[in-house]
Ligand binder design. Structure first.
Ligand SMILES: *[C@@H]1O[C@H](CO)[C@@H](O)[C@H](O)[C@H]1NC(C)=O
Ligand SMILES: *[C@@H]1O[C@H](CO)[C@@H](O)[C@H](O)[C@H]1NC(C)=O
Length: 196
């Protein structure tokens, strides 16, 4: 037996009611997500170079040899978000030329409110140095120190509870890192800019 069709006006009221409920649900859901996001929005990680040295530094006419060693520290200031560092490329830059490189950083996990110290060892690249680079390096070398920039490109993921973000590229730029070549002077910590 077919049910008698509801009067048109009642049906229209029901549809309107459902539409309003759906709309309210969507708005509520959006608000909840917004509040959660504002609450846990990841703060930017910070990076410093704590120590630097170079081993086997040798400057020839237009190329260098040597292995740099930087002790770096990253700090995760977040109280809810932790970080996976999946891979890291480290470049030593002098006058806009990359003179040394390393991608051999062991992946690590950084809990909340955690400072982690790690060591990177970029190796001088067998590239032809630009004329200005080898000239300036030679002049600086005589003083016993050279000043380089350290650039880090890291692939990271954030974790919040059981949720993990997709992989993002973190860019770190430490614009002025002094490397002692001949002396064992105290190293001054240098601070880095961080972009995500
Ligand atoms: C940071 O986390 C690492 C790895 O979990 C741990 O070994 C280290 O002790 C932590 N450091 C601090 C300052 O909590
Ligand atoms: C410097 O490195 C080059 C390769 O890049 C190598 O052929 C050369 O023997 C090295 N020189 C020194 C003094 O280590």
């Amino acid at each position: 037996m077919a049910r008698p069709a509801a009067p048109r006006s009642r049906q229209g009221g029901l549809i309107r009611c459902i539409a309003i409920m759906v709309l309210v649900t969507i708005i509520l859901f959006g608000l909840i997500i917004l509040i959660i996001w504002l609450e846990v929005r990841p703060k930017l990680l910070t990076f410093t170079v704590e120590e630097s040295s170079v081993h086997g530094f040798h400057l020839e006419k237009n190329h260098i040899n040597g292995t740099f060693r930087f002790s770096m520290k990253s700090y995760n200031p977040n109280s809810k978000v932790s970080v996976y560092y999946n891979s890291m490329n480290v470049y030593v830059v002098y006058d806009e030329q990359t003179i040394a490189f390393s991608d051999a950083v062991v992946p690590f996990f950084q809990p909340r409110h955690n400072g982690t110290q790690f060591v990177v060892k970029p190796v001088a690249q067998p590239v032809l140095l630009m004329g200005s680079v080898s000239r300036d390096l030679r002049l600086e070398e005589k003083t016993g120190d050279i000043e380089v920039a350290v650039k880090v490109k890291a692939n990271i993921r954030f974790r919040l509870g059981i949720w993990k973000s997709s992989e993002r590229t973190l860019r770190v730029f430490c614009s002025s890192v002094v490397v002692h070549i001949s002396s064992a002077k105290n190293f001054e910590r240098s601070y880095c800019d961080v972009h995500l």
